[in-house]
Design a binder for this molecule. Structure first.
Ligand SMILES: [Zn+2]
Length: 154
């Protein structure tokens, strides 16, 4: 790890001509000897030049209207895209809402406030059975449905 030069933080002040005469002379003498500071100065000067050159690369008078035409084109193309999504979203949201209501009513009916712990155990057991059903492909679902109903009513 090389130690950072103590003059480095002063370079921007030097560039902005904020240093005193003595400091400026000291800096200029240092810059001749320190490659690190010289490199930093050059990159800062390059950045300064870039910033100063920015107004010169300003777009011509035709650019503005061309730019806004593009924006307008985007604005016009947007409703068409929106329409496609708008057609799909409500049905998806409706489906999601149905699922949510379904889960909500299942939880509400299977977990009455009187005996939640027993119902919770039954629900968990039913969930386990359902998970097993997914694994055992050749078994009749309705047959197990009866078991589930029995467990739920017991
Ligand atoms: Zn230095």
């Amino acid at each position: 790890m090389e130690k950072k030069c103590l003059f480095l933080p002063k370079i921007s002040s030097y560039l902005d001509k904020e240093l005193s005469e003595a400091e400026r002379l000291e800096m200029e003498a240092h810059l001749r000897a320190c490659a690190e500071c010289k490199g930093e100065l050059e990159s800062m000067q390059g950045l300064d030049r870039l910033i100063q050159e920015l107004p010169e690369v300003e777009p011509g008078p035709g650019f503005d209207s061309a730019f806004w035409k593009k924006v307008d084109a985007l604005e016009y193309s947007r409703p068409a895209r929106k329409g496609l999504f708008a057609a799909k979203w409500p049905s998806l949201l409706a489906a999601a809402a149905v699922v949510m209501i379904g889960i909500g009513s299942i939880l509400y009916h299977s977990l009455p406030p009187k005996a939640p712990s027993i119902q919770e155990i039954q629900l968990a057991t039913n969930m386990e059975l359902l998970r097993e059903l997914e694994l055992i492909e050749n078994l009749d679902f309705l047959e197990h449905m009866d078991e589930l109903m029995m467990m739920g009513s017991s």
